[in-house]
Design a protein. Structure first.
Length: 615
């Protein structure tokens, strides 16, 4: 081929146009191998045109055809280290950035990005390239979307021309990683607001390193030693980070709060999956069990951060580092919760079988992993049960509005499949727990915490059929009985049939409307129905116990302080209920006061609009 030379004085190429196009296509012949459809398919629209106004896709076809027709296709242009500022080198870097970019690159970002080139583990900033230089040197290869000012390349057309083992996804990310790390290390004072390229680097450097690390794993290769040096230089050490790293974390504000305190670079290593790139740190004692148990501002340790990204290799290595001398029940709890949420069976199995993670452990008002699985991931629960690791009687004592045990959790969230599995496994339907929002599984099923109520009758029936006591004395929770829970649930128009069906089930099973409990806002189901204006439910329960017992029970009632009723329908229902109690049942004002349906004082808010006193 003819020699292609660069004339710095005129800033132009002295070459045949066909040779130039073919040479640049050769440089960029790895398009086929790189998955960039998320960018190219988005920007390849009818509005995508080359800078001179031609249809972008047509321009690629023409350029490709011209290169293919040349029987003496030139070899890949060789660029020596001294040529990094040549237009060819700048054009090459432009293509590399476009191919591996994690987001569409605008002209301003691209023009700065191509200035940086790699020298070993360092980065050098070279000469600037103009927009016109990119257009000229990449004529027919790159195109710009005029509307969005975004550069792109046709993957399908260029890929049909050439294939290469020189440019691979990993090598492209290796290039971007080196440039980004060098930029951050040399310019720690620059934050994401210092320009579009700085912003891109701050957001994406770790994503490029992660993709490179994943490529190493898939290819079974060793990490580039220069990249390893650059990455370590930027991070500092696992438990004593560099100034550049801390500056990056500080610039990230709330988006990087999971990396605080910023002296712990191990948080980033585990969050972003740097395993193969930092293999010697993982295996030479630089990372210890003590470090792995340190927590960020959210209470997450390295296990939990690695599990969020499904980084199985990191979790396995952390497990192998675990010291028997450091006992910590919370060691893998958050990690297991994350694995369950992700439906990552491989990670769940690793943590349980190799890490001995306790699926029944709960902390800080959270669900246990077994409860989490029962609520949202029945297949994971099935695996837990098959492994015999679920303690059906274990109470969740983590505090807050948790669920006292696993059956209560499943019943409260309407997971019919999980309830069936737990009942089949022998869960105790009459377990009266000591903590949580609901005192029993039947109370939870009758109330149903979520907003979808269609499962409630089925779950109530399942629990009753397995021997649940509808009058079980409960030890905790907001509702003194299943009847109170059924009456007090949030009212949704159109669901009256379901509410009445649950009430009828409980009454048919022997639930006593006259039973008085010291728990909750009302003391009994009759008072709850009256206070909330559930007149038809109230009438059904009065019919079951008789008027005399009903009045006697209502005299033992109380009501919540300050509960507002602003909707006209709610206020009207309460008025009708108060009238029914006065006219049909003969209750006096004292009973209405106890229930919370008394007549208002002249200078007070309407007590049908807001309840102002108790007992």
């Amino acid at each position: 081929m003819d020699t292609v030379t660069y004339n710095s004085k005129h800033d132009s190429f002295l070459s045949n146009e066909k040779q130039l196009e073919a040479g640049i296509i050769s440089l960029y012949k790895a398009v086929l191998l790189y998955e960039i459809t998320s960018l190219t398919t988005y920007w390849e629209t009818s509005e995508a045109v080359t800078p001179d106004g031609r249809d972008m896709n047509l321009a690629f076809v023409v350029a490709a055809e011209r290169a293919v027709l040349d029987a003496r296709t030139p070899e890949l242009l060789q660029i020596s280290p001294d040529d990094e500022d040549s237009t060819v080198a700048l054009a090459e870097r432009a293509m590399m950035w476009i191919l591996c970019s994690l987001e569409p690159l605008r002209t301003e970002t691209l023009l700065e990005a191509v200035q940086y080139y790699v020298r070993g583990s360092s980065v050098v900033r070279g000469k600037q390239m103009t927009r016109q230089q990119i257009i000229s040197s990449c004529h027919g290869i790159l195109a710009i979307n005029a509307r969005y000012d975004v550069w792109t390349v046709s993957r399908s057309t260029a890929a049909d021309c050439y294939e290469s083992e020189d440019w691979t996804p990993g090598k492209l990310d290796l290039f971007a990683s080196k440039v980004a790390l060098g930029f951050l290390a040399s310019s720690p004072q620059q934050n994401a607001e210092c320009g579009p390229f700085a912003s891109y680097v701050h957001r994406n450097w770790h994503r490029h390193v992660r993709r490179y690390d994943q490529w190493l794993d898939s290819e079974g290769r060793e990490a580039d030693p220069h990249l390893v040096v650059a990455l370590k230089r930027f991070l500092g050490s696992p438990d004593e980070s560099s100034d550049a790293y801390r500056a990056w974390v500080a610039a990230g504000d709330h988006e990087l709060r999971h990396l605080h305190p910023s002296n712990m670079a191990l948080f980033a290593i585990c969050s972003y999956g740097f395993f193969h790139t930092l293999r010697d740190w993982w295996w030479n004692g630089s990372i210890t069990d003590k470090m792995a148990l340190m927590e960020n501002l959210w209470g997450e340790n390295s296990y939990a951060l690695a599990a969020k990204g499904s980084y199985l290799n990191i979790c396995r290595r952390l497990i192998s580092l675990a010291s028997a001398e450091i006992a910590d029940a919370r060691r893998q709890n958050r990690a297991l919760l994350n694995a369950v949420d992700l439906d990552d069976f491989n990670l769940v199995k690793l943590l349980v079988m190799e890490g001995n993670a306790d699926v029944n452990f709960a902390e800080d008002g959270r669900l246990s992993a077994a409860q989490q699985a029962a609520l949202y991931h029945p297949e994971v629960l099935r695996w837990f049960l098959n492994q015999g690791v679920v303690d059906l009687e274990r109470e969740n004592g983590s505090g807050g509005l948790c669920y006292g045990n696993i059956l209560i959790a499943a019943a409260a969230h309407g997971s019919i499949e999980s309830v069936r599995m737990l009942l089949a496994a022998g869960a105790n339907v009459n377990a009266a727990v000591q903590t949580g929002r609901y005192g029993s599984a039947l109370v939870a099923a009758a109330h149903r915490y979520s907003h979808v109520d269609t499962q409630s009758p089925t779950i109530v029936r399942l629990i009753l059929d397995h021997g649940a006591d509808p009058n079980l004395a409960v030890n905790c929770g907001e509702y003194g009985s299943a009847l109170v829970a059924a009456v007090a649930k949030a009212w949704k128009e159109g669901h009256e049939r379901i509410y009445n069906e649950v009430l009828d089930m409980l009454l048919a099973a022997g639930a006593d409307p006259a039973a008085v409990s010291g728990r909750g806002n009302h003391g009994n189901a009759l008072a709850a129905a009256a206070f909330l204006g559930r007149k038809e439910m109230l009438k059904a329960m009065i019919k079951r116990v008789g008027k005399r017992n009903a009045i006697k029970t209502l005299r033992l009632s109380w009501h919540p302080i300050g509960q507002a009723f602003h909707l006209p329908d709610d206020i009207e229902r309460r008025r009708h209920t108060a009238t029914h109690l006065t006219v049909s049942l003969g209750v006096d004002q004292d009973v209405l006061h106890r229930i919370g349906l008394h007549e208002p004082d002249p200078d007070d808010y309407s007590t049908f609009g807001i309840t102002v006193q108790r007992g």
